[in-house]
Design a protein around this ligand. Structure first.
Ligand SMILES: *Cc1c(COP(=O)(O)O)cnc(C)c1O
Length: 419
């Protein structure tokens, strides 16, 4: 199922009023839906002593959304200076923030240590010596290499640039310990948009086994394992949802067995982005042109600068046409933006109700990796973001980019180097 029936029931009847007031295009997010998913995630892991979700900020980096995460008790997973500042702006401090960068620069380390710090999740053994100051609590990102096969989007761990290899992992903790680290965690992220819950169970299992080995070898205890993000959502109508409840039960059972043998259990951390907000956002855009050549093209007032997934991965995003949800007259069209790039298409050869200029299209599942992946190629500007609040009010939470924003980086002090 793409967007939930509940979101649809609350949005569609008022969508014309919203488009009349704010003008298309825009992304609109559903606070009630986000909170519901957040609660079900917490409920699924309630049997584990300490569970915490660190929302992957890159999925939807908007302070208003991050404030909802904070309110639900979630932390933040950051990978850049801007994401750190966003998280701190809404009050994230210290162990509320995981800093999971890769190819990390000194500037990033310094920023991560600012303002009460963050939990450093180091991506490589060489970074131990490069951290300006070793923290008490340190985490490494583990890459199991040939021990695991990756999933579709992330790929084979052997070819992935992330993480510390199996051969190096023991040494990584030993070296961190020698530099003064006293508390430890471990992290991995092997999947993206994975709908098969057993993959995440195997990941939790793999990390529990690994920390037992490392603990035995080095005499250290682990405070947490972090199984990363990558929980999938069904983009296609009729696709089965991830079985969160069974996944929670299976992982909880592994934690309890671990406790029986080792007399303690670590905390379980997760850093989902897509699963939490993905289904709870839609891109609302208006049909402005129709073109019949070898194919029929429906031109809309948004482009792939607002949603890159279809163009970049050929990803499916379900589309409905307001007021024509049950229309029987269908035709096969490509839904396109205005970029001079032939992959600027939201849908290719899709059967949709017959669309005329002025129709409102609802492009679904844009609540994660949607607006955030936007860009300015071809001078295209990213649309505004709205929030449908739990109170039923609609709030502007990011204004649309304007041409002046595009020109902002062209205003600078002259700097000419004569050679
Ligand atoms: C992108 C990313 C996530 C979030 O991935 P989702 O597929 O949105 O759950 C989590 N952790 C890391 C390190 C990431 O790079």
């Amino acid at each position: 199922m793409p967007m939930s029936q509940s979101f649809k029931d609350r949005l569609f009847p008022v969508l014309e009023t919203i488009t009349g007031h704010y003008r298309t295009p825009f992304h609109i997010y559903d606070e009630a839906g986000i909170r519901k998913t957040g609660s079900s995630l917490k409920a699924a892991f309630a049997g584990i002593d300490r569970f915490r979700e660190y929302y992957a900020v890159k999925a939807l980096p908007n302070p208003r959304i991050l404030a909802i995460m904070k309110d639900m008790g979630f932390g933040f997973d950051c990978s850049s200076i801007a994401e750190l500042r966003l998280s701190r702006q809404i009050g994230g401090r210290g162990e509320d923030i995981m800093y999971t960068s890769n190819n990390t620069s000194l500037e990033e380390f310094l920023e991560a240590a600012n303002d009460g710090g963050s939990v450093l999740n180091l991506d490589d053994i060489s970074l131990i010596a490069k951290v300006p100051e070793m923290q008490e609590l340190i985490c490494f990102r583990y890459n199991p290499g040939p021990r695991r096969t990756g999933n579709g989007i992330i790929g084979n761990p052997v070819e992935s640039k992330y993480g510390v290899s199996h051969d190096q992992i023991l040494d990584a903790y030993r070296q961190a310990q020698a530099r003064g680290a006293k508390r430890f965690g471990i992290h991995t992220m092997l999947a993206s948009n994975e709908l098969n819950y057993t993959y995440m169970v195997q990941t939790a299992d793999m990390l529990l086994e690994l920390i037992a080995e490392i603990s035995a070898e080095l005499g250290i205890a682990f405070e947490f394992i972090n199984i990363g993000g990558g929980l999938g959502i069904p983009y296609q109508p009729g696709a089965a949802e991830l079985d969160l409840i069974t996944m929670g039960k299976a992982i909880t059972a592994h934690f309890k067995s671990f406790r029986q043998v080792h007399d303690y259990e670590p905390a379980l951390f997760m850093e989902s982005g897509r699963y939490i907000t993905g289904p709870h956002g839609v891109l609302v855009t208006k049909a402005i042109n129709r073109k019949d050549i070898y194919r029929t093209y429906i031109g809309v007032d948004a482009s792939m600068s607002a949603l890159m997934r279809p163009g970049m991965y050929g990803a499916y995003h379900h589309i409905e046409v307001l007021g024509k949800e049950t229309a029987t007259e269908q035709e096969i069209v490509d839904v396109v933006g205005s970029l001079c790039e032939n992959n600027d298409k939201f849908a290719v050869q899709r059967e949709l109700p017959k669309i005329v200029d002025g129709d409102i299209l609802i492009i679904q599942d844009t609540g994660a990796h949607g607006s955030a992946m936007g860009f300015n190629y071809n001078g295209n500007l990213r649309p505004k973001e709205l929030l449908l609040g739990e109170d039923g009010k609609v709030e502007l939470i990011r204004r649309a980019e304007q041409v002046e924003d595009y020109f902002a980086t062209l205003r600078f002090e002259p700097d000419l180097l004569s050679l």
